[in-house]
Design a protein around this ligand. Structure first.
Ligand code: PMP
Length: 295
C-alpha cells in the first residue's frame, strides 16, 4: 500500500496559534530549526480517541525546550488543550500526536537569541510502529556502530531533534543489513537503548534488567512498564549492562510510545525467546492504554 507523503495529507494542523490547512503548514527554508536542529518535539499516542499520558508528554516537551534555551510561547495547559482539539478535528481514533517547537528565521548563524519560537501540533491515524507480524515473532536488532553521545555533550534527557541524527544513522545501517532496528551502546560501551525505544532483558530467574537512563531518555513507557512489572511481583534491576551479558538473558523487549511493548528475538549474534512474561507485559500495557485496567 502506498503511503501518502506527510506534507500531502488533508485536514488541519495547529500552527502558531491557529488551525491551518494541512498542506499549508509550511516552514521557510531559512529556519534555524532546520539548519542547526534548534528544535524539540514529542510523540504521543491516541488510543480509542483518548490521548495517553498527554500531561507527561507535554511536560517533557517543556523540559526539552527549557534545556535547549527555547522559551515556549504558550503554557502547558494551552498545549494540552490544543492536542485534544487537533485529535478531535482530525477524528483520530488510534493514532499519533506530534507537537513540535522550533526556532525561526530572525538570525541565521549559530546564535539564535532573537529567533521567534514556532509551535505546531499535528495528529494522524497511525497503526503499529513495527510490522504486527514481526512484533509477534520478535524483531531483530543490529548492534549500531554509532554510540549515544557522552552526557556532557548533548541534552541527553530530552527529545531534541538533533539527537535523532544518530538514531537515523543507526536505523539505516540496521535496515541495510536486513535488521529491523538497532541497539545503541552508550559512550562507555554499555547497552543504552534502541533508536526510538528503551530496552529490557529477562534473566533465567524471571527478573528484568534495564539500563540506568543516564545518557538517554527515561521513556514514559519505560516507567509505565516498570510499574506494571512491579505490580506483578517481577523484580526490576536498573544497572549498567555490558553487551557480552546478553548471552545469559533469555528474553528481551523494547518499550516506547511508538514501539509500545515489542519483543526482540535477536540482537547481533544473541538470540532470545518471546516468552509468556513478555507477552503478558505487552497485553497488560495494551489493557492500560485502552483503559481496560486501572491506571
Ligand atoms: N528513546 C528514544 C530515542 C525515543 O525516541 C523514545 C520515544 N520517545 C524512547 C526512548 C521512549 O520514550 P517514550 O516511552 O517516552 O516514548
Amino acid at each position: 500500500m502506498e503511503t501518502i507523503p506527510y506534507d500531502k495529507r488533508s485536514g488541519k494542523i495547529w500552527f502558531n496559534g491557529e488551525l491551518v490547512d494541512w498542506t499549508n503548514a509550511k516552514v521557510h527554508v531559512l529556519s534555524h530549526g532546520l539548519h542547526y536542529a534548534s528544535c524539540v518535539f514529542e510523540g504521543v499516542r491516541v488510543y480509542d480517541g483518548e490521548i495517553f499520558k498527554l500531561e507527561e508528554h507535554t511536560s517533557r516537551l517543556f523540559y526539552s525546550a527549557k534545556r535547549m534555551g527555547i522559551k515556549m510561547p504558550f503554557n502547558e495547559k494551552k498545549i494540552n488543550d490544543v492536542c485534544k482539539e487537533v485529535v478531535k478535528i482530525q477524528k483520530v481514533q488510534n493514532g499519533y500526536v506530534r507537537p513540535i517547537v522550533w526556532r525561526g528565521s530572525e538570525m541565521m548563524a549559530i546564535s539564535a537569541q532573537k529567533n521567534k519560537v514556532h509551535v505546531a501540533i499535528a495528529s494522524w491515524e497511525w497503526g503499529s510502529y513495527f510490522d504486527p507480524n514481526l512484533k509477534l515473532k520478535g524483531i531483530k536488532l543490529n548492534i549500531s556502530s554509532w554510540r549515544r553521545p557522552h552526557p556532557n555533550s548533548v541534552p541527553w534527557d530530552t527529545k531534541a531533534a538533533g539527537l535523532y541524527m544518530i538514531c537515523t544513522l543507526s536505523k539505516h545501517e540496521a535496515e541495510t543489513k536486513g535488521y529491523t532496528d538497532s541497539l545503541m551502546l552508550d559512550h562507555e560501551g554499555n547497552i543504552a537503548e534502541s533508536t526510538g525505544a528503551n530496552i529490557f532483558f529477562k534473566d533465567k530467574s524471571g527478573s528484568l534488567h534495564t539500563p540506568i537512563p543516564d545518557s538517554f531518555l527515561d521513556g514514559i513507557t519505560r516507567r509505565c512498564v516498570i510499574d506494571i512489572a512491579k505490580s506483578k511481583g517481577i523484580k526490576i534491576i536498573e544497572r549498567k549492562i555490558k553487551t557480552e551479558e546478553m548471552k545469559d538473558f533469555v528474553g528481551c523487549f523494547l518499550t516506547g510510545t511508538a514501539a509500545e511493548v515489542t519483543p526482540v528475538s535477536q540482537i547481533g549474534k544473541f538470540e532470545f525467546k518471546v516468552c509468556n512474561t513478555i507477552k503478558d507485559l505487552s497485553d497488560s500495557y495494551q489493557n492500560l492504554v485502552r483503559k481496560k485496567v486501572a491506571a
